[in-house]
Design a protein around this ligand. Structure first.
Ligand code: DSN
Length: 477
């Protein structure tokens, strides 16, 4: 019998086909590619058909700048419902005082957070020493003075090569330009966060915002300790949990390792380990709420109703008990993958993992991250290159490959399959060597993969994936 999902997607594709067949082909092609490849990109996942279908609705057609009940457009009652339900699920899921579900991405969420902290501090300062009783009484010149003072505010986040994100103050990113920034790294020997060293750096620099969180650090962070460090200098602790939000939602990271009770403001994406639609979100304390809620139109374009609806569906899924089982399986799988790689002689940044990702230092294979990424792709293994601490090859070529388990765990693969995956990765990396430039010099990009390896490993990946069909309820034939 044809499933409801198959009927829905066949109808959708027929509608697309009648207008632009190349797009219908790309949609079909993406499903074929995703079904056939071993997806180990740590920031990707497979959203449920319910989440995907919610995105394809007419909620997309509505403008709704502003917040619930206070919009700049008429006729927003259904978008109000959508936003309220998504925010309610988010608050319940994470135990947050306030949830702002409008950001379109993690970068947007971080910009809203930075703006909100600055705005709150400006307001606080205005109330205490700008000689006004209410922020609304501030004159243009009061604001100008405060803006000038805050233009030199300081931000401190984890350095990119230690696993931090571009938006945590990386110089070329807007966050590195809008703040006077400095970063903290990891211990040169252990590659782990050294909280005493972070505290010393924070005491010296005295940032306004201390950012914790990462996109390539394979360990849990003690947010209670980070809050103590921030409090000592009066900094606001902001946590970017984009990568590990699913592990927080699934109660793998609890107590000191759950950012929500410790940070004043927490940002996330919704599509990584949380398994929702592509998007962002900000969670915060009541104190920051009024500023965060001004995210649109201060920082963001109009909220995207169909995406907020899909967030609500994904959060409802994440509140089910089976999501906790899923979150634990992500971590169990990452650990098994790390152990499998270590047993085969690979070098891992920090020597292992506590979360959903493993960062392989490919220097010991004599290749760059770029060569490793391309060689793995040739063998049907999709990963991404990533800098390692003090990377000699910089942020473009890199010396690392980041692999993560959220997507394959959704697909149903478990610990036994992770050992086979470790073997596939090691087999490819061992068989890869640097190529040469057209002038005959050693290349950091070109690679040579020993004959037959790509074919043999590709065949093994297909065998491995066969018992775990992706979107089994969707048949487009
Ligand atoms: N693109 C995300 C990642 O891969 O980690 C972060 O921006």
């Amino acid at each position: 019998m044809t499933s409801l999902e198959s009927t829905a997607y066949r109808a959708a594709l027929a509608a697309i086909e009648s207008v632009e067949p190349r797009i219908a082909d790309a949609v079909r092609g993406e499903l074929t590619d995703q079904r056939a490849s071993l997806k180990l990109i740590a920031s990707e996942n497979y959203a449920s058909p319910a989440v995907l279908l919610t995105m394809g609705t007419w909620l997309s057609d509505k403008y709704a700048e502003g917040v619930i009940g206070r919009r700049f457009y008429a006729g927003c009652r259904n978008i109000d419902t959508v936003e309220a339900v998504a925010a309610e699920h988010a608050r319940e899921l994470f135990g947050a005082q306030h949830a702002y579900v409008q950001p379109h991405s993690g970068i947007d969420a971080n910009l809203v957070a930075y703006w909100s902290v600055l705005a709150q501090r400006v307001q606080e300062k205005a109330l205490s020493d700008a000689g006004v009783k209410n922020v609304n009484d501030m004159s243009e010149s009061d604001w100008a003075q405060l803006r000038a003072a805050f233009g030199s505010q300081r931000l401190m986040g984890m350095s990119l090569d230690a696993g931090g994100h571009l938006t945590h103050g990386y110089r070329p990113n807007i966050s590195g330009k809008m703040f006077d920034q400095r970063s903290y790294g990891t211990d040169p020997q252990t590659q782990l966060l050294d909280y005493d060293a972070v505290a010393t750096a924070v005491r010296e620099f005295r940032p306004l915002i201390l950012v914790a969180g990462y996109s390539a650090y394979p360990r849990a962070i003690n947010f209670a300790t980070m809050r103590e460090i921030a409090d000592e200098v009066g900094a606001t602790l902001m946590v970017d949990m984009a990568h590990f939000a699913g592990l927080v939602a699934g109660k793998v990271f609890t107590g000191d390792f759950d950012p929500v009770p410790h940070a004043q403001i927490v940002t996330t994406t919704t599509h990584k380990s949380l398994r929702g639609p592509r998007g962002g979100m900000v969670l915060c304390t009541e104190e920051l709420r009024e500023h965060v809620d001004r995210g649109c139109p201060m920082v963001l374009g109009g909220p995207i109703g169909n995406i907020m609806a899909a967030k609500a569906v994904a959060f409802a899924e994440a509140r089910r008990p089976e999501f906790a089982t899923y979150a634990q399986a992500i971590v169990d799988n990452a650990r098994a993958l790390a152990e499998g790689l270590l047993r085969r002689g690979a070098t891992l940044v920090t020597g292992g993992t506590d979360n959903h990702l493993v960062l392989i230092d490919v220097t010991s294979y004599g290749i760059t991250g770029r060569q490793a990424e391309d060689a793995l792709l040739a063998a049907n293994i999709v990963t991404n290159r990533n800098a390692v601490p003090a990377d000699p090859n910089g942020a473009w070529f890199t010396s690392g490959v980041r692999v993560g388990t959220p997507a394959l765990t959704t697909r149903g693969l478990g610990v036994a399959e992770m050992d086979e995956i470790a073997d596939l990765i090691h087999t490819v990396l061992q068989a890869t060597s640097p190529g040469t430039t057209p002038a005959g010099a050693p290349s950091k990009a070109k690679f040579v993969l020993a004959d037959g390896v790509a074919e043999r490993v590709s065949a093994r990946t297909l065998d491995l994936l066969a018992p775990f069909p992706l979107y089994p309820s969707v048949d487009l034939t």
